[in-house]
Design a protein around this ligand. Structure first.
Ligand SMILES: *Cc1c(COP(=O)(O)O)cnc(C)c1O
Length: 425
């Protein structure tokens, strides 16, 4: 019987046998012992399965990746040291120097830099597109060397909802996979594979960890993209890998090809591995993800309704509000609620935004989002300060935008704090 998401949060991943620890053990070991040199050799050739060095695989990490994989409904997954590493590996696993990919311009500032600046230095070109454009208009951005399409279920920090089906159709009609960063929605509120996405990434640093305890990331593969059907575009998966005696990933590993390649090449060579200790904390967070997401959504909706009615507030973006531009997309993709993050602006612009933020008592100003404590940030002066005004506008970040991450405290206390700070301006 396939269990429900709530049950998966608790029971997937680590499945102890008789006499084994009930809670996931932390395999705090860099290495694993074998009896013969021959056994060890087979592991290095990817001929046998087994742990040998934690940079490549670790039982604690694998159990947690397995849980996230089950929650997303994928076939294979891997943990990374951060969300940044997850998004880099997810794209770099199928894009080489001379390749091109397409990303929504509304994505997280860190990812925008990674794609637009750092990967450009590696000879990989990213075209940022307005995700509201029609399929026909978006099609014009594809080139013969385009290898992937990337977007976020709910964009950070503008909280726009992506039309995942539109993007999946677009990617597939050009023979490339759709990669979705599902950090804000989490699989509790949206499972992008059900809407045609091929690969999902996460910054587990956010709701999955949930307590601002550890930075981490994850990549999940649906196993649905047929690499062989577009073999010429993806030689890394469909032609021999010289660094593994000529293994062809798509042939040897079938539906697990993409994740196996990411582990055995990218993790081997770049090494952005999550520590088993952090994976343990992440697993604790995952056990209550379903409970917390429900409360985050309930509190955020209450806060959004309060802000919408307050005369000092200029605008509020939260797809749970009936008045929101993304309300109907949210009803389709996020029927249980979107997340605890909302964006709004106060009248009087930038200066008033800063005065408001400095007057808060419960909510804290931190470079973080999506954990149990209510927090907020002003992207124009914090996360996005490297961006020019034009880039800011391009990513839809207004100079007065405040990103409020509503926690799981009592909603009345959160609203009271917002009320008293608004009264100061
Ligand atoms: C935070 C975040 C990232 C980056 O994750 P880190 O764990 O901070 O490296 C990527 N995507 C989204 C949507 C995020 O919110």
């Amino acid at each position: 019987m396939d269990s429900k998401l709530e049950t998966k949060c608790i029971h997937e991943g680590w499945k102890p046998k008789r006499g084994e620890p009930r809670q996931l053990p932390i395999y705090q070991s860099t290495t694993f012992k074998y009896d013969t040199s021959e056994e060890m050799g087979q592991l290095f050739d990817l001929e046998a399965e087994g742990y040998f060095y934690t940079r490549l695989q670790n039982p604690t990490n694998d159990a947690v990746a397995g849980k996230i994989c089950a929650l997303e409904g994928g076939v294979a997954a891997m943990l990374t040291s951060s969300g940044q590493a997850a998004n880099f590996y997810a794209v770099f696993n199928i894009c080489e120097t001379g390749d091109h990919f397409i990303a929504s311009s509304a994505i997280y500032g860190g990812t925008f830099n990674l794609f637009g600046v750092t990967m450009k230095k590696m000879g990989i070109e990213c075209t940022f597109v307005d995700q509201e454009l029609s399929e026909e208009e978006l099609s014009k951005y594809f080139k013969p060397n385009t290898k992937a399409v990337f977007g976020e279920t709910i964009t950070n920090p503008t909280v726009s909802v992506l039309d995942i089906e539109k993007f999946a159709r677009l990617a597939h009609s050009h023979g490339v996979p759709l990669i979705i960063d599902n950090t804000f929605a989490t699989p509790i509120n949206c499972r992008p594979f059900e809407w045609g996405a091929d690969i999902v990434t996460h910054s587990t640093t956010k709701y999955m960890d949930g307590h601002a305890a550890g930075v981490g990331g994850c990549i999940v593969d649906s196993g649905n993209f047929d690499w062989n059907a577009h073999a010429d575009k993806f030689p890394g998966l469909t032609t021999p890998d010289d660094s593994y005696h000529g293994i062809i990933y798509a042939e040897k590993f079938g539906k697990a090809a993409y994740i196996t390649k990411a582990t055995s090449q990218l993790m081997r060579d770049f090494g952005a591995v999550q520590s088993p200790q952090n994976a343990f904390y992440l697993n604790l967070g995952l056990e209550t993800l379903h409970l917390r997401m429900r409360q985050h959504c309930e509190n955020a909706l209450a806060a959004a309704r309060f802000l919408e009615k307050n005369e000092k507030v200029a605008w509020v973006n939260y797809s749970g509000l009936e008045s929101d531009k993304y309300h109907s997309l949210a009803e389709k993709y996020l029927p249980k609620g979107s997340c605890g993050v909302l964006a709004f602006g106060v009248k009087g612009g930038r200066d008033m935004a800063i005065k408001f933020m400095d007057s808060l008592k419960l909510a804290s100003i931190v470079t973080h989002v999506a954990d149990s404590k209510t927090c907020l940030l002003h992207p124009a002066s914090h996360t996005h300060r490297q961006l020019t005004d034009e880039q800011l506008r391009e990513s839809g970040v207004a100079p007065d935008l405040i990103r409020l991450s509503v926690g799981v405290e009592n909603a009345e206390d959160i609203i009271e704090d917002l009320r008293q700070a608004l009264e100061q301006i």
